[in-house]
Design a protein around this ligand. Structure first.
Ligand code: SOE
Length: 393
């Protein structure tokens, strides 16, 4: 490994910790064509961001992202801030010729995502690459599911079931975070976790959603404001605030393309799925079989082969821990499990390899824009409410 790619990370919350882990660990396990170096982490609170730099191993910290983006000694800008600042930072970084990795969802609105995609296309002409952080694409079992579908092992896709089930908001007294504020997060469960379900369903099947019908609702409309701490681990204050996003998003969708049957999908994104912690589930039913993934059992892929002898049919569980499986070989001896954090290393591997090969990594900003359009259509459908018919006279 000779070349280096010097990274600046903007933001230092939960995703800052996860991305730092990815930048640090990936070059230690994977034989990368260029070494990412952790130059500077940026945040508004000088003391807090300095502590984060120290804890996660960044060489320095800074409080002004514009100054950092203008630096000649930065090659990659990694954006892990809340959604309301993605567009401004990403467009500035791309216009400055930096490669950009941006957390999901790409933006808070379709208009922002369009502007970001246009900036990414302009910058690509000068060699700058851009990617959205739909990290779960890099879970080995998900990559294997995609491979099996692409190899025709489940035949033609007929139906998709996708859900992202969490329960971290079921306590009505759990405090507000930026994720519950529409001006900061764009939407609630829909954009925060539903975006993952949409991306994975499309990634695994290779199909694109072309129309949706949805309903959003908010279970707890008022919560204590955040007292101490940040984000998901903050404590409650005595003041209260209004939740301006959805807690639950349900929608159906039809995948487009071609003249034949267009598969149907059903989607659910909720932070009120009592008992489910990080249940990102995608199941694809095909004419010759099915694949089924659940993030709560991320080292496993369930596979049903409908071509097997009738007496031997049934879902079987593939333990995705072997060196022939995607991303696995550089880690541990065969048979050893990976965890939540490994996806962030795999994301670094894929991004660095695409940059050094001069290729457009996926998911691109155009992919992120498409997801944004799906989310927007679900929200508009919910507001229109036209598909609801009364069942009582
Ligand atoms: C919180 O709901 C959260 O951290 C999301 O923001 C992430 O995107 C998801 O991966 C896990 O849950």
């Amino acid at each position: 490994m000779t070349d280096t790619l010097r990274v600046a990370m903007i933001g230092y919350g939960f995703m800052g910790a996860a991305h730092s882990q990815g930048w640090r660990v990936a070059p230690r396990f994977f034989d990368l064509p260029a070494e990412p170096t952790m130059e500077v982490v940026v945040g508004r609170d000088a003391a807090a961001v300095a502590a984060a730099a120290d804890k996660w191993g960044w060489k320095e910290s800074a409080t002004d992202w514009r100054e950092v983006i203008a630096r000649d000694d930065i090659d990659i800008v990694d954006i892990v801030t809340p959604g309301d600042s993605h567009a401004e930072i990403a467009i500035a970084a791309l216009d400055a010729g930096k490669h950009v990795l941006c957390e999901k969802p790409l933006a808070n609105t379709v208009a922002e995502a369009e502007a970001m995609t246009a900036a990414a296309e302009r910058a690509a002409a000068g060699g700058a690459r851009s990617m959205v952080g739909f990290t779960y694409r890099r879970v080995p079992a998900v990559a294997l599911a995609k491979q099996l579908v692409a190899d025709g092992r489940i035949g033609e896709v007929r139906q998709v079931r996708a859900a992202y089930l969490q329960d971290w908001l079921m306590d009505a007294e759990s405090p507000m975070t930026w994720r519950l504020d529409k001006t900061r997060a764009g939407s609630g469960s829909l954009g925060d976790i539903g975006a993952h379900a949409v991306d994975l369903a499309e990634h695994i099947t290779g199909l694109t959603l072309s129309e949706v019908s949805g309903i959003l609702d908010t279970v707890v409309r008022e919560r204590p404001l955040l007292g101490e701490g940040i984000g998901l681990s903050g404590t409650a204050s005595s003041e209260r605030g209004t939740v301006t996003v959805d807690d639950i998003a349900l929608f159906t969708g039809r995948f487009g393309g071609g003249d034949g049957y267009r598969p149907l999908g059903i989607f659910e994104a909720t932070r009120f799925a009592t008992g489910h912690k990080n249940g990102l589930q995608v199941e694809v039913s095909g004419s010759l079989g099915a694949v089924s993934f659940n993030l709560e059992r991320l080292n496993e892929l369930r596979f049903y082969d409908a071509t097997a002898a009738g007496t031997e049919q049934g879902f079987r569980t593939i333990l995705v821990t072997e060196h022939d499986h995607p991303y696995l070989a550089p880690w541990w001896p065969p048979g050893h499990m990976l965890g939540y954090e490994h996806g962030f290393s795999h994301q670094v591997v894929d991004f660095v390899e695409a940059i050094t090969r001069g290729e457009q990594p996926r998911p691109s900003f155009a992919d992120g824009l498409h997801v944004q359009r799906v989310l927007d259509a679900v929200e508009r459908s919910s507001l229109a409410g036209s598909s609801w018919l009364p069942t009582v006279a």
